[in-house]
Design a protein around this ligand. Structure first.
Ligand code: LMR
Length: 396
């Protein structure tokens, strides 16, 4: 009955995670999936989260259904973290808890498809691979706007601006407010301003995907684009996630927010709930209750911000150590571009063939596109990774 179905080739990121788990080599290094590992190479359980967990477990709460929109305390905390005081009294925000950032993207995509069945979406070239899957899965034609300049290895400002200026009116445009996945390349604020002007002139519907708030320059700096769009009174969507910043990957804790030009959000809020009901009825409880507990308690919130800063600083230190190590090992090559990238990912410029050799010969796992997760590096594996990079970059 199902013979006509195509074989699933597997996911380029999650598939690699499975392959890594099977690899028996003791010196293997996982720089594939976007997961923060600590200095000892483990996924941390943040002390603030552990404390909240102890308290919540001690309460032995019964597990009724959450409403379609999720936990009220969690939703309030999400709006404060993303928008701070940028939402004017004459504007509104509707927010729902979702099954991770991916769930937020999918519910948002379904809602946009209902609102504008004929619109197309533009994503950065390149973007997170699953953006394509999610938006195509929701029935959208997905186009790309220039983003990473292959020669300069920096943001292609002229290319992106020119593309934005010629978008069909009412197009949907996906932006990464910080820590771009997969390149780590980020427009400056001076560059964002004309880009937003162009999007507003084309009446584009902006969809911001922010999965790494606090991993770039800090909680407020990383949310600048969200707040700038709000200050401009734009109508836009935000998909956000606590997978990385709370180290709660498997709990699937995300949110979809919609900023509206009037305070009346009932219509869009209803549509968000409708699409949740049709997809999965209501979100799970536990992860969101951990986040709500930490963010809602002044002491735990401060503690978490400190833990987040430690993760950010470790990522920054590992990026600097990688660049220094590569420069020392391969003085004829230019690695300066890597130092300017932001967040968890580095776009190394390695080819798919070089990445394959990295894995096969050296046990170093990266994504085919040359993306590596800097947060997989530590003092113990850095030397091995630098030697492996040097070997593939100098191979005849
Ligand atoms: C990544 O980009 O590696 C992460 O966001 C994990 C995922 O789901 O792909």
């Amino acid at each position: 009955m199902f013979e006509h179905l195509p074989l699933y080739a597997g996911d380029p990121i999650l598939g690699l995670m499975g392959e890594f788990a099977e690899d028996q080599r003791p010196n293997k290094v996982n720089l594939g999936v976007g997961i923060y590992y600590d200095a000892a190479g483990a996924i941390p359980l943040l002390p603030s989260v552990r404390e909240a967990e102890d308290e919540l477990i001690a309460q032995h709460t019964p597990r009724g259904y959450l409403p379609m929109e999720g936990s009220a305390a969690y939703r309030k905390a999400v709006v404060e973290l993303l928008f701070a005081d940028s939402v004017g009294a004459d504007r509104g925000v509707a927010v729902i808890q979702t099954v991770g950032g991916s769930g937020a993207l999918r519910v948002g995509a379904d809602l946009l498809k209902t609102a504008w069945p004929d619109a197309a979406i533009w994503v950065s070239d390149p973007t997170w691979d699953n953006h394509l899957g999610i938006f195509q899965g929701a029935g959208f034609a997905v186009n790309r706007y220039p983003y990473f300049h292959p020669h300069t290895k920096h943001f292609d400002f002229d290319g992106a601006l020119a593309e934005f200026k010629r978008l069909p009116k009412g197009s949907i445009v996906l932006l990464h407010p910080c820590c771009h996945n997969p390149t780590g390349v980020q427009p400056t604020r001076e560059q964002w301003l004309p880009l937003l002007d162009a999007l507003q002139a084309r009446e584009a519907v902006t969809f911001l995907d922010i999965a790494y708030q606090g991993f770039g320059d800090g909680l407020d700096d990383d949310a600048w684009l969200v707040r700038e769009c709000a200050r401009r009174g734009m109508e836009f969507l935000v998909a956000s996630s606590f997978s990385k910043t709370f180290s709660l990957y498997g709990e699937r804790v995300g949110a979809l927010s919609m900023h509206t030009a009037t305070p009346d959000v009932e219509r869009v809020f209803g549509q968000m709930k409708l699409h949740v009901r049709r997809n999965y009825s209501s979100p799970p409880m536990f992860g969101a209750s951990l986040v709500a507990k930490v963010l809602g308690d002044a002491r735990l919130n401060r503690q978490w911000q400190g833990e987040l800063a430690q993760m950010r600083e470790r990522i920054t230190a590992m990026r600097a150590a990688l660049v220094e190590g590569l420069k020392a090992r391969l003085p004829a090559h230019d690695f300066e571009f890597l130092a300017h990238q932001q967040g968890m990912f580095a776009y190394t410029g390695l080819s798919a063939a070089q990445v394959a050799v990295l894995k096969a010969k050296h046990g170093v796992y990266a994504i085919d596109t040359g993306r590596i997760c800097i947060a997989g590096l530590n003092e113990s594996n850095l030397g091995h990774v630098i030697e492996a990079f040097a070997a593939v970059m100098t191979a005849a």
